[in-house]
Each structure stands twice: as C-alpha cells, then as structure tokens.
Design a binder for this molecule. Structure first.
Ligand code: FMN
Length: 206
C-alpha cells in the first residue's frame, strides 16, 4: 500500500484573483509531507457536447480523466452562482463522468466545499455539488458541510487569513483521508457484497 496520499484540487472559479481557488492553494504549506495536493485546471475544456470529436477536446478530457484516475482523492470547491454550483465545474464533471456509472469518478473519494461572499458560504451550491458527484457514484465524504462564508474577506494576498477556517478545512481533509484509507482497506477484503450480485453472462466458473 503506498505511503503517500495524492489529492487533486478542482476550483469552480476561473478568476485570477478567485477566493475559491485561493482557499485550496493556501493549503499547500499546511498539509503534512505525505499528503500532496495538486491543482488541476478545467477552464480549457469546451462546453460539453458528446458530438465534439476534435482531437484537442478528446485529449483534454482524457488527460483530466487520467489525472483523476491516478489521484487518491479529489477536493472540489465551487463558488455559488445564482444559488447553484459554477457552470465550469459542472461542465468538467459532465465530461469526465462518461461512461455513465463506470467513469474514473466511480468510487473516488471526493470532498466538496463551497464559498461565497455571503454568510451562507455557498450552501446551495454545495448541495448541488454533493448531488452531482453522488450521481457519478463517487464516495462523497459524509461530514459537516465546509461552507466558507465571506470568502473574499478571508483572503489576503492570495492566502487564507483565517485560522478557524484553516482548522475546519484541515479537519475535513482528515475525513477525506480516512475515506481514502477505508477504501484502500476495503479493496483488500473479501467483497462479500458480490455474493448478492448477479454473475455477468460468460463469467460463471461452471
Ligand atoms: C454570476 C454570479 C452569481 C452569484 N450568485 C450568488 C449566489 O447566488 N449566492 C451567493 O452567495 N453569492 C453569489 N455570488 C457571489 C459569489 O459567490 C462570490 O463573488 C464568490 O466570492 C466568487 O468566487 P471567486 O472569488 O472564487 O470567483 C454570485 C456571483 C456571480 C458572479
């Protein structure tokens, strides 16, 4: 079993001065050495269209799928736009969610977080994030919601300036890591659930 934990961060805001992105990048020097967080860009993906066969589109989607596949876990954070998650993040999830119910997101531990400049911290966006990742059969971490209210005020020079918010987020990442470890152990155990599942045609032993 590998010792290190590889996390990827996906931000739903493309703004250069995004508070949402800054929340994640502020964590780089707060994580233990055996936990690595890498930001993954999504702004270059075209609007979802399954007819889009351009090689550059297929390559961009494949690269993102491979990055997610290799990662132990995903942290997805979105600002709230009109009571929902950002379109750019939904677009990226739609791209990588294919083939349905069998994509790289299936069984992937995912921690969802949200931001806004209101005191609610994007709670409505986060409900959509949770539902969207659940539909991909991701293992969305079950915990108290990480809603970061007044987010722009909590950023100074591109860094989170609020220690209670750091503590709450690091606690949530601890839960994500617990989920990753549980899933790693689960894969080593006898899959008892398969006793109840139908045997796919052609795979019966006798
Ligand atoms: C189009 C648009 C819609 C927004 N709708 C909401 C909203 O419904 N609820 C809310 O709390 N904030 C809303 N906001 C405020 C954003 O959540 C806030 O600006 C947030 O900090 C943006 O994140 P960023 O700094 O990472 O870009 C909206 C902002 C924009 C641009």
């Amino acid at each position: 079993m590998p010792d290190t934990i590889e996390l990827i961060g996906i931000s739903g805001s493309l703004r250069a001065a995004s508070a949402t992105t800054a929340v994640l990048t502020s964590l780089f020097d707060r994580l233990p050495p055996d936990v690595r967080l890498t930001m993954v860009p999504i702004g270059h993906l075209p609007v979802y269209n399954d007819d889009d066969e351009r090689p550059e589109t297929r390559e961009a989607v494949k690269a993102l799928q491979q990055t997610i596949d290799r990662a132990d876990g995903v942290i997805a954070i979105s600002p709230e736009y009109n009571h929902g998650m950002s379109g750019v993040l939904k677009n990226a999830v739609d791209w990588v969610s294919r083939p349905g119910y069998a994509s790289v997101l299936r069984n992937k531990p995912v921690l969802v977080m949200s931001t806004s400049n209101s005191p609610l911290g994007g709670a409505r966006a986060q409900a959509q994030l949770r539902e969207t990742f659940a539909s991909t059969l991701s293992r969305v971490v079950a915990r108290r919601q990480v809603c970061i209210g007044h987010a722009p005020k909590k950023i100074t020079d591109g860094k989170l300036n609020d220690e209670p918010t750091y503590a709450f987020i690091l606690d949530a990442i601890g839960d994500l890591i617990d989920e990753i470890m549980m899933w790693r152990h689960h894969k080593e155990l006898e899959p008892r659930g398969s006793l109840l599942r139908p045997v796919p045609p052609g795979t019966a032993k006798d």
